[in-house]
Design a protein. Structure first.
Length: 280
């Protein structure tokens, strides 16, 4: 892969824009949400309020959402909450549809209150013919984007759609967890090792999210800038980062760097964490 060296985008840098006002974040304990809080350090934000189910109630209930919007009066809502992904079969959980409807309603409620709404899509939206693309999770994410487009919400919301997000410490995606649990049986633990997937590091997703907030970018934002490679090659890169032998010694390392999102790239963003992870 070609070595690329850009000026690293540091979330929270002063790009001439005023600091963002009060922000309401949902899903702050999840994979993306916890990394968002870790990396942003909240230095771009004047005040951040985290949705707390124990005191605010379920975010799936309209009355709770409306009450908190009117009470907190955020300038921006970053909606990262979703049905738990800890269960192995979460893709087929019926709750996915419920969360999709709640997300659409939340966006409409924010528009009514003149509050910016930001949420994330998924890479599974783009594989309609595969089993993964026909899962309830994929259908739910597609429902959100379709509704945003049909309701003309795209001028009012930011819908960030990343590649497959990975992180070794968080054991994401699932194939990383499966591999770490069964290193000596990787060929059995990893399904479809020759499947081609686009991967992007969680740090780059967060920096793209922060820049979207700071620069008030609206619409569907395809978060390019990852790499395209086979699952077996990806697992071998994981091995290299862990300092262990390749799980797939016969695999041919084939890694192609993807062009970064042009809109974000023009503002200084690039996929530094992804590049550093795959750099050979």
């Amino acid at each position: 892969m070609k070595q690329r060296r850009f000026k690293k985008f540091d979330v929270g840098n002063d790009h001439g824009n005023p600091r963002i006002g009060r922000v309401l974040v949902t899903g702050s304990t999840g994979f993306i949400g916890s990394n968002f809080l870790r990396l942003s350090k909240l230095n771009l934000l004047n005040e951040t309020v985290l949705w707390d189910k124990s005191t605010m109630g379920s975010i799936l209930q309209r009355e709770n959402r409306v009450q908190q919007l009117r009470q907190i009066r955020p300038e921006v809502v970053i909606h990262l909450a979703w049905s738990t992904t800890r269960h192995q079969k979460y893709e087929e959980n019926d709750a996915n549809g419920i969360w999709a409807l709640a997300t659409i309603e939340f966006a409409l409620e924010c528009r009514k209150e003149d509050i910016r709404f930001i949420t994330l899509g998924s890479a599974v939206e783009d594989i309609p013919l595969a089993a993964e693309g026909n899962s309830r999770y994929a259908q739910a994410k597609n429902m959100i984007r379709n509704e945003f487009e049909s309701l003309s919400l795209l001028k009012d919301v930011s819908y960030i759609k990343p590649n497959y997000i990975f992180s070794i410490p968080d054991e994401r995606p699932r194939l990383v967890r499966d591999f770490l649990n069964v290193r000596n049986k990787a060929e059995n633990a990893i399904k479809n090792p020759e499947r081609i997937v686009r991967f992007i590091h969680i740090d780059d997703v967060v920096s793209g999210l922060m820049l979207t907030i700071e620069q008030d970018i609206r619409g569907v934002i395809e978060l390019g800038g990852g790499v395209e490679t086979s699952v077996s090659s990806f697992v071998n890169v994981v091995c290299r980062n862990l300092g262990i032998e390749n799980a797939f010694p016969m695999a041919i390392l084939n890694i192609e760097s993807l062009a970064p999102n042009e809109q974000l790239s023009n503002l200084g963003w690039h996929s530094s964490a992804t590049d550093d992870f795959f750099l050979v």
